[in-house]
Design a protein around this ligand. Structure first.
Ligand SMILES: [Zn+2]
Length: 281
């Protein structure tokens, strides 16, 4: 993978020139795109101690941000190839069945956007339900935490639950490898925040919508609104203690900034959020 520049250190010195001089609040709108569903047989795997034996249908969403300077995509959902499997694709020993009823490329086309139009691209983390279509965006700049980069492109990706084929075309793609938070457009309107625990380099995205205000896109920091409210962390997370500390830190950030949390996989919460081709502002 080619590094463009490690900007985090340069920013501290005021020397990272890529994003200077932009006016604040230049996000124009955001599209919330259905990127599959994941049906599970026992929700308690995600909510230890409760929901034992209860089935659940996790939603799965991708987020396309229109900024004055261009497009940014957050997460890529289940793989488009699953659209050819009407009965879904069974994983985790039959515990999860993954569906992709409408390919991401088709949803983007409806909005009038092709993968090649998207200049900025990041995933909350590298698991299959977020990286399913990552290879489509090999022409975009990928923003990834260095810990996640090492997990994906290191010697043992499977150890971190990574499907190496999902990243085949990204090895030589442009990437911004970051450590910590990163202001994508340099105007505070789209902020990647380090939120480790679920995976080594998990991150969340804060988008300052022009009317609605700041929205934090959870990735898998939590899987349900319940998990956020009750600080519930699955035991299969990469680091359970770190996951709890991340929830605490993001709650403090949300309180300080007035950001609302949108939980990617929470089907209940998503009922109230407009979906593409409609958009939110
Ligand atoms: Zn997920």
């Amino acid at each position: 993978m080619r590094r463009i520049v490690a900007c985090a250190a340069a920013l501290a010195l005021g020397a990272c020139a890529t994003n200077e001089g932009k006016k604040p609040g230049s996000v124009e709108r955001m599209y919330v795109i259905s990127c599959g569903e994941n049906h599970v047989k026992d929700l308690s795997r995600w909510t230890p101690g409760v929901n034992v034996g209860k089935s659940y249908e996790f939603g799965n969403y991708c987020y396309l941000v229109r900024h004055a300077q261009g497009w940014m995509l957050w997460d890529t959902g289940n793989a488009d190839r699953l659209a050819a499997m009407p009965n879904g694709f069974s994983t985790a020993g039959g515990m999860i069945t993954a569906y992709m009823k409408k390919p991401l490329v088709d949803s983007l086309k409806e909005i009038g956007v092709a993968p090649a139009d998207i200049q900025h691209f990041a995933m909350s983390h590298s698991h299959g339900d977020h990286s399913g279509n990552a290879n489509l965006f090999a022409g975009s700049t990928l923003y990834i935490q260095s810990a996640e980069y090492r997990a994906v492109f290191g010697p043992e990706p499977q150890k971190y639950g990574v499907i190496p084929a999902n990243f085949e075309k990204l090895r030589s793609a442009p990437a911004m490898i970051i450590d910590g938070d990163y202001d994508v457009f340099g105007d505070g309107s789209v902020l990647i925040k380090s939120a480790p625990g679920h995976t080594p380099g998990h991150q969340v995205l804060v988008v300052r919508l022009p009317s609605r205000g700041p929205v934090m896109l959870s990735g898998d920091m939590v899987h349900l609104r319940y998990s956020w409210d009750n600080r519930v962390v699955p035991s299969f997370n990469f680091n359970v203690e770190q996951s709890g500390r991340t929830i605490d830190a993001m709650k403090a950030y949300a309180k300080a900034t007035g950001a609302e949390l949108w939980v990617n996989h929470d089907m209940e919460q998503h009922k109230s959020i407009p979906k593409a081709p409609a958009f939110v502002q």
